[in-house]
Design a protein around this ligand. Sequence first.
Ligand code: AMP
Length: 508
Amino acid sequence: MYEENHLARAISMASDGRHDATFLIDGRSGKTTSYGVFWANAERMAAALVGMGLQPGDRVAVQTPKEPAMLELYVGTVLAGGVFLPLNTAYTADEIGYFLGDAAPRVFVCDPEKVEALTQVAQHAGVAHVQTLGAGEDGNLVKMRDAQPAGFKAVPRDPLDLAAILYTSGTTGRSKGAMLTHRALASNSQTLRDYWRFTEKDVLIHALPIFHTHGLFVATNVTLMAGGSAIFLPAFDAEAIIEVMPNATALMGVPTFYTRLLKDPRLADASKNMRLFVSGSAPLLAETHDRWREITGHAILERYGMTETNMNTSNPYYGDRRAGTVGLPLPGVEVKVCDPDSGETLPDGDIGVLEVRGENVFAGYWQMPEKTAEELREDGWFITGDLAMMDATGYVTIVGRSKDLIITGGFNVYPKEVEGVIDDLPGIVESAVIGVPHEDFGEAVVAIVVAQPGVSVDEAAIMDGVGRSLAKFKQPKRVIVVDELPRNTMGKVQKNVLRKTYADILKA
Ligand code: AMP
């Protein structure tokens, strides 16, 4: 099937000839979509795109709600030789204008509810075709799909051709479009399927967004590659996940999924048939890992990756899943910890910048050759910008983004170390430690803290607590108690927002 299209071939092999097998199960209505219907619809989507003049290598930009038809559009774009470019549903018209201007797609598909505002933006960016796809298969794209015959002959694509561009979240400066090849996506999904033992018997709870690498490439491609099923939920909903869990075998989530699910007293019973819980995209607290194990008997398997590289490391399927670590380099992925200035590899146990190399790594940033040259070395090593440490057994611990490192009075402070000490104090749920401008020290440490409900913690008690375990220069100069930390849709704490909010807190 699809012999000459590298990614399409890889993700269709497991369902080849299994037309009646279930691919998607609507988590709300229980309605199922078979593999036969899914592939036929993806082929119709491909035919509709080619009908709009899509040429191999053309971009298809998409900002739509999470719908099975969006997955058909993704696979249809790949079949048609195009480059899929999903956009966060939270982006405003201005932001969409930037992405369309930068990526110059031939087709833009948006929610019918936003089409009025976005058509103008798309026209301004020179996009030839604007189509719509909304909740419940609303919009004209599904009509166009249904007007096409199935049986589309996949456009040949080589392993190094582009299959997708995903923009990074861009917390500093402009968002960058990570160019992902057929080979990067196919090889990484295959590695994960094998490493995590996914088979056609698996039923994955799919509650992640599909505009991001985690929900689109990890969750969706792994399911397709295994020929398994996915219970498709439009967004995270603890109640809905608990309800479908007895019929599922695996869950992939960000850490907030797990902290929220822990609050449901039905979790222990609901999780009895599950075989695997995977967490990633942000650090999982060791406490969450321990609580989950106590309640469900399962050790959450934490893995680490990013938009540019797909997945790099994972805790083992069999063996020691170590809380607080992101596990071992995946097969085919090389990982090293380097000195940020010299690029020299550091000894085990030292903290430095993590670099990765392998087929999983992206091909560069879309139309940003200088940025690409800064971060992707000629010999293939990608400088992730994450600070990490590797121990003698190869387990990697992520310490934080290098831009979150605090340099105070010339000393380096790793926020994660201070956060770990604060989180262990009584009455604390979690914390975020940031650097803010300071007259004498350049930057000073400030902690933003969330207390357990009903517990009142004060600044002095926290200062006292950290004072017993941390050197003076690592201790926060101020502690601020808040109800919750700002997070993006992938559950990442937005330290850039906190730095802005508290920028003046130490100014006289
Ligand atoms: P994104 O490109 O949105 O997937 O974000 C990638 C970044 O998320 C990485 O560079 C890390 O900083 C962070 N990240 C992903 N997985 C983990 C993890 N398991 N633990 C800590 N940070 C993570």
